[in-house]
Ligand binder design. Structure first.
Ligand code: BGC
Length: 841
């Protein structure tokens, strides 16, 4: 059977709504004949546009201008070289495109927020009468985050709209449909809480206090209700003074860090309402239909244990550290106050909250009489445990923890014969989910939760194996682009938090503008992201070059990158911040060479031969400088530490084979001197196992991976971690906890090694059009397997070791080619279909 497996529009499956004027289409095929390929295909739209194609990956719509609020039908018909034919159809909807808004921004001028507090959520309402059955469409956005209701029922399930963007430049709006509204009186209601635009925000730096109102003075709403009757009559009710507003709603507090206070006794009829006022915003973003992913509820976890803390608090363990919120049903009495605190760990039987810093992560619920349910909507917490007070256990009918994160698809899995490694894979995929809440964050629990650029730079290769990251990261990269300053620097966190986090060129972190698009391009095969980001990359690289040139008087070379500031060996398990920063020049220069190398590759893809040559030469000059300044010329670092060797080896900074051998030898010697332990921080850890395994130390790489004493990946697993920790020894053997996050994905970047080395699945041509499978047997593993849904279809790799016999089972998707190398060195090439190979080992 020959069939179209999926058609994607802007990297998403239907239903989608977009304001994109030139949407990108792609499709994947499947056939039960092996080794077939696509002969030709035709893509057509019901507006007359059609295109003949031979490549299913990236087809850009270039037909007549799309119309607002249309539904377009897209049909793909394809023919294989074997002559089989197939056809499939999908649809997409357009948003308002450039249709001007009739609505005006509204708010309540009395909502005065004292920074750093978050505002009391505002409630807006508008009553209207429908005389004939009508279909309703609601378009909405806000300064703050909002929920919309019609006649008391929420119109959508997703959270935290309109999402987190650079509000000076971009603001997303959402569209909800409500068909068949019956004649009579209806009530539209919106709740707008502070969210990212108005609510409290801060980050780790102790000298920097929290701030609120970064993008607006108070919550504000912009909404249009479009009513269309059967005869085609359209009425638009836009936000203006005919809407009413109230500050007296049941949400008394809503704050990302501190939680929610909800008073269930408050009913809309008892609240004071007054006409809303027109609000003049001081940002003027472009309004676009949501181009990121909605944030939605996912796993629902039941308690795995209940216990009473010495303090008397009722503790519930959900067995998994998550980002999300509780959902409970209780029997309560009017005025009874239930308090639920959230934490990632317990210490001596009590909730451990020190690592939350100033974040309170507390839900306060004031009951009405009787049976009632509650689940926060305007906050999320990072937690595995909760502490409940104010209600007896027997009055809690049910309680669950709901994981809340962006709605990306899981497209990969890895497992092997070692259960601890499987747990590590679970931990790192959970940390991925927990930190992909509309933007890629560093952590979901403490008073931070920012879009730290370095963390996602390091984790994106692992993320792209496990999840479909295209939509999520393209949205974030749009902000990276807008946030670049005039001289080319990128903020530490994106979206930036004005006046809180600096905008500064810093390797690894700011390199996100080059490395993340490159990773995404490799995984998706869609070069659009490279085209979009190339001007940013070039400008950024020019800035890096200027800073490097300032090193001339210090190092005698204009290619050493130390200025203006480097995080260096951030979070290495020795010393503290000053020691990590002190290794800035090594890390900075190594990344400078690596990023120049990637720039040369990008320039090649974009067919810019001059740039390609320039970046290649630049890379070579940086490599030479690195060796001259930091090594003795024979492979040994003048100052030895693991990260220096790891980066030199992984980024190919040493040309001479004999010197490389010495580097690998010295790296292993340093590991041994450290009791068989790694000693690397954020920037080098993702490359550590590659540096060993790719330079003759496969056995040692496995040994290091399977070590379970501190510091190591499996130490966390042995101590019961369910997510990745920010710092290697965050929890001590005796259970004492350092003040560190227990849910940071940076060290989860080891997941890349699982796919690319243990299973040996590596990309040769972007989008897996051509890929390699070269499993790395070792560490007493008897089997390993992975699955990855590539843009062409699902790849499966499974290897087994049976009595010195190695067996490989492989699924190669339609339209791709796989190069296979077995552990005995034999090589094969396979086209689509199922394949089996064996060799003695
Ligand atoms: C964050 C990080 C980040 C780092 C940079 C921390 O506070 O949690 O993960 O990359 O700061 O300094």
């Amino acid at each position: 059977m020959f069939a179209i497996e999926s058609i994607k529009i802007e990297h998403q499956s239907a239903p989608i709504l977009t304001d994109c004027r030139h949407p990108r289409f792609s499709f994947s095929l499947r056939s039960d004949r092996s080794a077939t390929v696509l002969r030709s295909a035709c893509i057509q739209m019901n507006n007359g546009w059609e295109k003949e194609i031979t490549d299913p990956l990236l087809i850009v719509y270039d037909g007549p201008a799309l119309k607002p609020f249309e539904t377009y039908e897209v049909t793909v018909s394809a023919q294989s070289i074997a002559g089989e034919v197939t056809e499939a159809t999908t649809i997409f909807h357009t948003g308002r495109l450039s249709l001007p808004w009739q609505a005006k921004w509204i708010s309540d001028p009395n909502s005065r927020v004292e920074s750093p507090n978050s505002p009391v959520p505002l409630m807006f309402r508008r009553r209207f009468t429908v005389t004939h059955p009508a279909d309703m469409r609601v378009l909405a956005t806000a300064m703050g985050i909002f929920d919309l209701y019609l006649d008391g029922k929420r119109l959508h399930e997703d959270y935290f709209n309109p999402g987190f963007t650079n509000y000076e430049a971009d603001l997303q709006y959402i569209v909800c449909e409500r068909p068949d509204l019956q004649p009579g009186e209806h009530e539209f209601m919106a709740v707008v809480a502070g969210g990212w635009a108005v609510g409290r925000t801060t980050h780790v730096d102790n000298t920097t206090k929290s701030k609120s109102r970064l993008s607006a003075d108070r919550p504000a709403l912009l909404t249009e209700l479009w009513l269309r009757t059967e005869d085609g009559t359209e009425t638009v009710i836009g936000t203006d003074e005919t809407f009413e507003v109230s500050m007296e709603g049941p949400w008394r507090l809503a704050d990302f860090y501190d939680g929610e206070t909800y008073d269930a006794r408050i009913q809309p009829e008892q609240m004071n309402w007054k006409p809303a006022a027109i609000e003049a915003l001081h940002v003027h973003p472009e309004l676009t239909a949501r181009y990121g992913l909605p944030v939605t509820a996912h796993e629902r976890l039941k308690p795995v244990a209940w216990q009473e803390a010495p303090s008397g608090e009722l503790i519930v363990d959900f067995g998994q550290n998550i980002a999300g919120a509780v959902d409970f049903t209780v029997r309560g009495h009017e005025g009874q106050t239930i308090t639920i605190r959230h934490a990632e760990a317990l210490e001596r039987g009590e909730l451990y909250v020190q690592n939350l810093r100033s974040a309170k992560q507390t839900l306060t619920y004031i009951c009405k009489e009787g049976r009632q349910s509650c689940s926060p909507r305007f906050t999320y917490m990072g937690f595995r445990y909760i502490g409940i007070s104010g209600v007896r256990r027997e009055d809690i009918e049910s309680i669950e923890a709901v994981a809340v994160y962006s709605d990306f698809r899981t497209i990969g899995s890895f497992s092997c014969s070692n259960d601890d490694l499987n747990q590590l894979q679970r931990n790192l995929t959970w940390s991925g989910k927990d930190n992909f809440v509309d933007i890629p964050t560093d952590c979901p629990q403490r008073d931070e939760r920012q879009g730290w650029t370095g963390d996602i730079t390091l984790f994106s290769p692992t993320a792209c194996f496990n999840y479909d990251m295209s939509v999520f990261l393209e949205k974030w990269l749009r902000d990276v682009k807008t946030e670049q300053n005039a001289i080319g620097s990128i903020p530490f966190v994106v979206p930036s938090r004005k006046g809180i986090t600096p905008v500064m060129t810093t390797s690894c972190w700011s390199d996100c503008c080059v490395l993340v698009p490159w990773t995404l391009y490799q995984a998706s095969g869609d070069r659009t992201i490279l085209d979009r980001m190339y001007p940013v990359m070039k400008k950024y690289m020019a800035d890096v070059k200027r800073w490097a040139a300032l090193s001339l008087p210090i190092y005698g070379s204009p290619h050493i990158l130390k200025l203006p500031f480097q995080f260096g060996d951030w979070c290495a398990p020795v010393g503290s911040v000053p020691d990590w920063l002190a290794h800035g020049a090594w890390v900075g220069t190594a990344y400078y060479a690596h990023t120049s190398d990637v720039m040369a590759k990008i320039a090649q893809v974009l067919q810019k031969p001059q740039d390609e040559k320039r970046f290649r030469n630049q890379r070579d000059r940086i490599k030479t400088a690195f060796r001259k300044v930091f090594t003795d010329g024979h492979g040994r670092m003048k100052e030895e530490f693991q990260s220096a060797y790891v980066l030199a080896l992984a980024f190919g900074l040493e040309e001479n084979e004999a010197n490389r051998r010495i580097m690998a030898e010295r790296l292993w010697a340093l590991i041994q001197e450290n009791g068989g332990h790694l000693c690397t921080g954020f920037p080098a850890t993702p490359y550590l196992l590659f540096a060993l395994a790719d330079h003759g130390y496969v056995k040692k790489a496995y040994e290091l991976l399977q070590t379970d004493t501190d510091p190591s990946w499996l130490y966390q697993v042995r101590l019961g971690a369910t997510t990745m920790w920010e710092q290697w020894g965050a929890v001590q053997e005796d259970g004492t906890i350092k003040e560190a996050s227990l849910n940071h994905y940076a060290y989860g970047a080891v997941g890349d090694f699982f796919y690319r080395r243990i299973c040996g699945l590596d990309i040769v041509e972007p989008g897996y059009r051509r890929f390699r499978v070269k499993p790395l047997v070792g560490g007493n593993l008897t089997w390993a397997e992975c699955r990855h849904e590539s843009p062409f279809g699902t790849i499966r790799v499974r290897w087994d070791m049976l009595d010195d016999q190695f067996k490989l089972q492989l699924t190669v998707p339609f339209g791709t080619v796989c190069e296979i190398e077995l552990p005995d060195g034999t090589m094969y090439q396979a086209e689509s279909g199922e394949h089996h190979y064996e060799c003695a080992i």
